[in-house]
Design a protein around this ligand. Structure first.
Ligand code: ES4
Ligand code: ZN
Length: 326
């Protein structure tokens, strides 16, 4: 009975959210108006009605359309600031935000505009909300490795404004092995490295992310439940999985949360965490994900505390901060 209150109040880190996926339909329309961008939807209601996804690609098509309203540094600031205020209300003490620069530079928005807008919101979050926030630059895996290398190069003048790199977008057909060189370069630069793997694609993608990209966390990773040997390895290595239950439900990976493997992952000793992925599109922020997942399973307060502890442990925050939050 007190479980929902515990889930809401416990200090937590959010490690898997795409900041462009925090754009609520109302903000998409407000920014479209501010920037004189024409949307292929007549109203907020019509846009929201299009949020009926059958798989990852059907979502990505709408997600990239929504991001087309972002043009100025203030747009990026406003988007991230809105999310960080929402995260603070969920007792998020640490947020690591993914962003997709290629989605914006391809439209002529300068890298500097994207990074400085997001970075200023992260700085203000620490000062005004007490939320520690940092950025992770993601490469779009449906594009080439050369384009990823160019993107990393273009971001170098703002190297101190992000803490790591990730890999997102259309998974099947774009395995981690395609990005070995750019991840090696990022590691050489001292950046943290993560990758989406095993969201829709088979466990082999998770093995590649570990062995070829040498990632420090797996984003999603839920397909690991299909590979017993991999499960044992992930548990032994305490490799964090940033799991996103409402995303998995909305993209039909686990259409019924009662079939979601989160409890199985925790009970097998894996370092699983709960995150919102694209909260404006999938029906909720991190506490909504926790509430839905606990309502659909027989997890208890021990699982709740484990998830919170895992999220802090798996974060890239300074060790002194982690010790204080735990
Ligand atoms: C994403 Cl749910 C998901 N998967 C892969 N890439 C993404 N980018 C934004 N949301
Ligand atoms: Zn994601």
């Amino acid at each position: 009975a007190q479980l929902p209150a515990l889930l809401a109040a416990m200090p937590k880190a959010e490690l898997h959210m795409h900041i462009e996926g925090s754009l609520e339909p109302e903000m998409i329309f407000a920014l479209a108006q501010r920037n004189s961008v024409t949307l292929p939807y007549p109203s907020v209601e019509a846009l929201r009605a299009a949020y009926a996804f059958t798989d990852l690609q059907s979502f990505l098509d709408i997600y990239y359309a929504g991001a087309s309203v972002l043009l100025t540094e203030q747009d990026f600031y406003d988007m991230a600031w809105a999310y960080l205020q929402r995260a603070a209300a969920d007792h998020v003490v640490r947020a690591e935000l993914f962003f997709d620069p290629q989605t914006h530079t391809a439209r002529g928005v300068p890298m500097q505009t994207v990074i400085l807008g997001l970075s200023r919101a992260c700085r203000d979050a620490q000062a005004q909300l007490g939320v520690s926030a940092a950025l992770i630059l993601c490469f779009l895996r449906h594009l080439s490795e050369d384009e990823a290398l160019q993107t990393l190069q273009d971001a170098l003048p703002w190297r101190d404004h992000f803490i790591g790199v990730g890999l997102d977008s259309s998974e099947v057909g774009h395995p981690p092995e395609k990005f070995q060189r750019v991840f090696a370069r990022a590691r050489d630069m001292g950046l943290h490295v993560v990758a989406h793997a095993g969201e829709e694609a088979p466990p082999e993608y998770i093995r590649q992310a570990l062995d070829l990209l040498k990632v420090q966390r797996i984003d999603h990773g839920v397909q690991a439940v299909r590979d017993k040997g991999l499960m044992q390895r992930l548990a032994r290595e305490r490799m964090p999985l940033t799991v996103c239950p409402l995303s998995n439900q909305k993209l039909q990976v686990f259409p019924d949360l009662r079939d979601h493997p989160l409890k199985a992952l925790l009970d097998a000793g894996l370092c699983a965490t709960v995150n919102s992925d694209d909260p404006a599109y999938f029906g909720g922020y991190v506490n909504d994900n926790l509430r839905a997942m606990f309502a659909a399973s027989n997890m208890d307060a021990r699982h709740a505390w484990q998830l919170a502890a895992n999220s802090i442990d798996a974060s890239f925050a300074p060790p002194a901060d982690k010790a204080a939050w735990r």
